[in-house]
Design a protein around this ligand. Structure first.
Ligand SMILES: [Cu+2]
Length: 186
């Protein structure tokens, strides 16, 4: 039952690429068949996602100690990263179960009212995808099962830049020349 959701497959493919690059390959390669970028990615477009299909997902890894940022670049490697969202914008958030403990991501208001919740997962390597429209009342996100350790802020403003990467380009042209130069060392 796990393989018939095209959204999930797309997410896994994205994660495969991103996670390998950020040293999280162990968690992510437990998924599927290890077919990374080679054959199945005919073109960068997500298929059949409708709406905001061009936008890249926010990607986290979940472990009992913290949520770990994978994408976008702004949160890569951060523990319980702040999620920059723009109210009214639709987001896809994907999280990977990194340790096989049961996790479930919930977004709540400052008053503790639940706004969104993902499916739960207790399988290492599994990716859980959720799509939601950012509410102006969103304040924090946390794990249902580890609500203290796995908790971070939601900050409403302009939101992350999740525009798709152009072919052959690395980094965002608009972030500024200096950071582009820093990152180009490899
Ligand atoms: Cu958890």
């Amino acid at each position: 039952m796990s393989d018939d959701d095209p959204t999930r497959r797309t997410a896994l493919r994205l994660i495969g690429a991103t996670a390998a690059a950020s040293g999280l390959a162990t968690a992510a390669t437990a998924q599927e068949n290890g077919s990374n970028e080679s054959n199945e990615s005919s073109g960068d477009a997500h298929e059949g996602m409708g709406d905001d299909a061009d936008q890249r997902p926010i990607i986290l890894a979940g472990r009992s100690e913290y949520w770990y940022g994978i994408a976008p670049e702004e949160i890569e490697g951060e523990e319980n990263p702040t999620l920059d969202l723009a109210a009214g914008t639709e987001y896809e958030l994907v999280w990977i179960n990194a340790d096989g403990a049961e996790h479930e991501l919930i977004i709540e208001t400052a008053d503790g009212e639940e706004l969104e919740e993902s499916d739960s997962s207790e399988e290492a390597g599994e990716a859980v995808s959720m799509t939601f429209e950012a509410s102006e009342d969103a304040a924090e996100y946390y794990c249902e099962y580890h609500p203290e350790a796995m908790r971070g802020d939601v900050e409403l403003g302009d939101g992350f830049d999740l525009a798709p990467h152009e072919h052959g380009e690395h980094g965002h042209g608009m972030v500024g020349n200096e950071s582009a130069a820093e990152n180009s060392s490899e």
